[in-house]
Design a protein around this ligand. Structure first.
Ligand code: NCD
Length: 322
């Protein structure tokens, strides 16, 4: 399926891939997210989405994406219906397809929008093709996590005060991780001077097709297994979890599980004005002792996810007015 460009209008659209955004879309979304922050900070839930219903159909574990979409809908006054696709009482275990389940969820709940997370790379495309209502991709296989990339970029803008001229390290599992792929795409959209350092074990390198795509857009890319020689240049160190669930067996996973651990000593080698990001969950790759470092932003990053997802729901269901 061809990804349709947004043309500065989110109304009634599905969010499948970061590829569909223009620079103007990003600006509109961030402006709206800022307005959403006020609703939460003043503790005054809005009724903007009163009478709307948002369903979540998740076939993979999730804490952040699931709860923040749920909270986003609630803060805006919508009804919320969580559907756990992987539960043993869900029809997925009987072999029901995504094509059918998105239509079932719409009919049984009268949802106006469905957020979906699924292990198949093309799940969001399929859901969008068959759904009667807009779909938001809450993570599709190893391929895309567009709302995470948006909240990551929103965090970068807030924390560093800019989205350009960035030197960014992606560290960890760049093969199976979807967040870095979506964020890489989004960064190439907004930063024409982007320099990317892809640091991973050899067997977990970023797919070559993506690297080529970014290089064609003028991004300077360096691939290495070693963090220390490149660390001191970075404005952003974006750490990811080694994605155990995609490995063939425990032994293969153990070979790379402890490849990188960010601790206080490592942080001493990084710039004073740098930010340490992680989509979370972490499973040992960032030591707890780093949590108090002023450059650590992964907790604020999650709160930005709430604002950003509120903005998306508002723009898709109500448009740019009001
Ligand atoms: C990420 C995901 O699901 O891709 N989590 C998230 O949404 N914040 C990262 C991960 O699972 O490692």
């Amino acid at each position: 399926m061809l990804v349709k460009k947004m043309k500065r209008n989110f109304l009634g659209k599905s969010i499948v891939s970061v590829d569909q955004f223009s620079r103007q879309d990003v600006d509109l979304l961030f402006k709206t997210a800022k307005a959403m922050e006020k609703i939460v900070k003043k503790k005054k839930p809005s009724q903007l989405l009163k009478g709307y219903c948002v369903a979540e159909l998740f076939y993979q574990p999730s804490t952040r994406t699931f709860t923040s979409f749920l909270a986003a809908a609630e803060w805006l006054g919508a009804l919320t219906i969580p559907v756990h696709g992987m539960d043993s009482y869900s029809s997925a275990v009987k072999g029901e397809t995504i094509e059918d389940t998105v239509r079932v969820v719409h009919q049984t709940t009268a949802a106006d929008l469905i957020v979906i997370r699924h292990p198949a790379d093309d799940s969001a495309e399929i859901a969008t093709e068959f759904s009667y209502v807009p779909i938001i991709n809450g993570g599709s296989g190893k391929k895309e996590h567009p709302t995470q990339a948006l909240l990551d970029l929103y965090t970068i803008k807030k924390e560093l005060g800019r989205m350009t001229n960035l030197k960014v390290i992606f560290l960890g599992d760049l093969k199976y991780g979807r967040t870095v792929k979506s964020l890489g795409k989004l960064l190439t959209l907004v930063d024409k001077k982007l320099e990317l350092f892809l640091v991973s074990p050899k067997i977990l390198q970023m797919p070559k097709t993506l690297i080529k795509e970014w290089q064609t857009k003028g991004v300077k890319i360096h691939e290495t297994e070693n963090l220390l020689p490149v660390l001191s240049q970075a404005d952003i160190l974006y750490v990811t979890r080694i994605q155990k669930e995609w490995f063939k067996n425990e032994k293969e996973y153990q070979k790379v599980a402890k490849s990188y651990i960010i601790d206080k000593k490592i942080m001493e080698k990084a710039k004073k004005k740098m930010i340490l990001m992680h989509p979370l969950p972490r499973v040992g790759e960032i030591a707890y002792e780093v949590d108090d470092d002023l450059r650590t932003v992964y907790f604020r990053q999650m709160r930005n996810g709430l604002y950003l997802r509120m903005a998306l729901l508002k723009l898709i269901l109500r448009g740019n007015k009001g």
